[in-house]
Design a protein around this ligand. Structure first.
Ligand code: C2O
Length: 563
């Protein structure tokens, strides 16, 4: 096994799109940032140098971080941010995972531009599918002209009016023309006829699930979240923020130019304020003239912007491929949680006694079982847990189920008037959950109509989980458990919980530490759709969390306790 070493300098720079120079936060002058190429079993060492006027952390999204929770990089959960002018080294192993993962900043909204791919290749170089001629990352993102730290501030204050200007493919806007009619640069995928390409999709967007198609071509999805899938044929890839997908595409069309299109999928009205965010690119066959010999360039036919069903059926078709053989789905369940993903309201400015149903005195927050995660900056949850001084910062009573059952997916719940008038009073708190080492945990996530009918890509740090089933409507324990796939479920770290539907997962809590669980829509995180799991140490040193590295950032000492 090798050591893969990088230095990441996070800094500001100006980039010009659509005739406007915008200050952006990037790593090493690149957007997307540098790609980490590792082989299963390698050790990654990244020296982070912070040249921003803000604190920053880097999270290695999907990397198991087995016994290295200190390197997980979740701001204020596993560490305090690296202060302006400061640095730290992240060191961790990537082992037992093959495919595509990614890294991103994990404080405020910085991840919109501070991100990059992690590509993990198999030790023996062999895939359970034909070896591709080349692999190509396709990073779906968004171009923001608003300062990302300011965006976070506005979201925290309950202001969600801001949109990105465009979707991007590998940082290219691709679909829009600038002030003098010059088209923005597009992402171009060069192919040779008959060859197979491994497209490594990552959705880094803050706000949207994306549909992706290439005119005249089909795909075979072979992996997701660095776990192999049973090959699945489709003409469209659907990907939510936080998800990654490995997809084969054969260049088997008549040589020419073909448009690729990524378009944001948005829940149906009333969530109408978001424009159809699109980015276009090109597939270009070797030897084809840039003007396509005068022939029109075919564009794929995309589903409607508000058509959520293709997304539901797409993931419902995934099953896992037992290669290399992975551990089996645990047959027993030690801890069973039913978690509603909803909205509530709290008093503005931390007041206790506001009229909770009057909109000018309240802020709308997102909840899990009617608890809204409190974003604090006094200490990281992990350092408090490790030092045994968690008291006062969090409690260990995240509820098993919502405080009162209701018809979660009744669309009549969607308010016609101001949201604040119908939402449940809720509280801001850090209520985590403690699991014994090696316990088997089952969670059913229930999306609710209250949440303006959004879907929710739920991401768990430090663990992969089996996706047992998904369904529409309210989860019914009596009949829906019959749908659970114990035989060959897909293994993921991020699961798209369908709008007005549910998803059931199961995992073994075998990684000691403090692990963030949250929706990967940035505005849902900011609004509080998050919690954390403590996994206790096992019985031996080999099953326990080692002490923190010397340069670990503690709030207020060498870390940064300002957002
Ligand atoms: Cu990519 Cu906590 O997430």
């Amino acid at each position: 096994a090798a050591i893969v070493e990088h230095t990441f300098v996070v800094h500001e720079m100006n980039m010009t799109h659509l005739c406007n120079s915008t200050k952006v936060y990037v790593v090493n002058g690149q957007l997307p940032g540098p790609q980490l190429d590792v082989v299963d079993g390698d050790t990654v060492v990244v020296h982070l140098v912070n040249e921003l006027p803000h604190g920053v952390t880097i999270h290695w999204h999907g990397v198991r971080q087995l016994r290295s929770c200190w390197a997980d990089g979740a701001g204020y959960v596993t560490e305090c941010p690296v202060a302006p002018g400061g640095n730290r080294t992240y060191r961790f192993d990537v082992s037992g995972q093959v495919g595509t993962l990614w890294w991103h900043a994990h404080v405020t909204c910085l991840r919109a531009s501070v991100h990059g791919a992690i590509v993990v290749r198999p030790k023996d170089g062999r895939y359970p599918f034909p070896t591709p001629a080349r692999d190509v990352p396709i990073v779906i993102g968004e171009w923001w002209t608003l300062d990302l730290v300011e965006l976070d501030r506005r979201n925290l204050d309950g202001n969600f009016e801001d949109d990105p200007l465009s979707a991007t493919l590998n940082g290219k806007l691709g679909d829009l023309s600038n002030c003098s009619g010059v088209p923005e640069e597009s992402f171009v995928l060069d192919v040779e006829p008959g060859k197979t390409y491994l497209l490594r999709f990552i959705n880094t967007a803050l706000f949207s699930e994306y549909f992706f198609k290439v005119a005249g071509h089909t795909f075979t999805v072979v992996g997701a979240d660095a776990n192999y899938l049973t090959p699945f044929r489709t003409d469209m890839v659907t990907i939510s923020p936080g998800e990654t997908m490995d997809v084969l595409m054969v260049a088997d069309a008549p040589p020419g130019l073909y448009h690729m299109t990524a378009v944001a999928n948005q829940p149906p009205p009333p969530d109408l304020q978001i424009r159809a965010l699109t980015s276009r690119g090109l597939v270009r066959y070797a030897g084809v003239r840039a003007d396509n010999g005068g022939a029109p360039v075919p564009a794929p036919l995309m589903p409607g912007q508000h058509d959520t069903m293709p997304s539901y059926y797409f993931r419902g078709n995934f099953t896992g491929l037992a290669f290399p053989s992975r551990h089996r789905v645990p047959a027993h369940v030690d801890e069973r949680l039913f978690v509603t993903l909803g909205l509530g309201s709290i008093c503005r400015g931390g007041k206790k006694d506001c009229k909770l149903r009057r909109s000018n005195e309240t802020i709308t927050v997102a909840t899990m079982n009617n608890v809204s995660f409190h974003h604090q900056t006094a200490a990281s949850l992990l350092e408090r847990h490790y030092d045994g001084t968690g008291e006062g910062l969090y409690t260990e009573d995240f509820p098993d189920r919502p405080p009162r059952p209701y018809n979660y997916t009744n669309m009549d719940l969607i308010p016609v008037g101001p949201l604040e008038e119908v939402l449940e009073p809720t509280t801001k708190a850090i209520r985590v959950r403690r699991f014994k080492y090696n316990s088997s945990v089952e969670i059913v996530f229930q999306s609710t109509a209250l949440l303006q009918s959004d879907p929710n890509p739920m991401h768990l740090h430090g663990h992969d989980f089996f996706v047992l089933a998904q369904g529409l409507g309210n989860f019914d324990p009596k009949k829906d458990v019959k749908k659970f796939n114990y035989h060959n479920p897909q293994i993921r770290n991020t699961v798209h919980v369908p709008r007005v539907g549910w998803t059931a997962i199961r995992f073994i809590a075998d990684n000691p530490g403090m692990w963030y669980l949250h929706c990967h829509f940035e505005f849902h995180i900011v609004m509080g759709m998050a919690t954390a799991f403590i996994v206790e140490d096992g019985p031996t040193p080999e099953t326990s969390l080692p002490p923190p590295p010397a340069d670990f950032k503690r709030c207020g000492t060498n870390g940064f306790s300002k957002p």
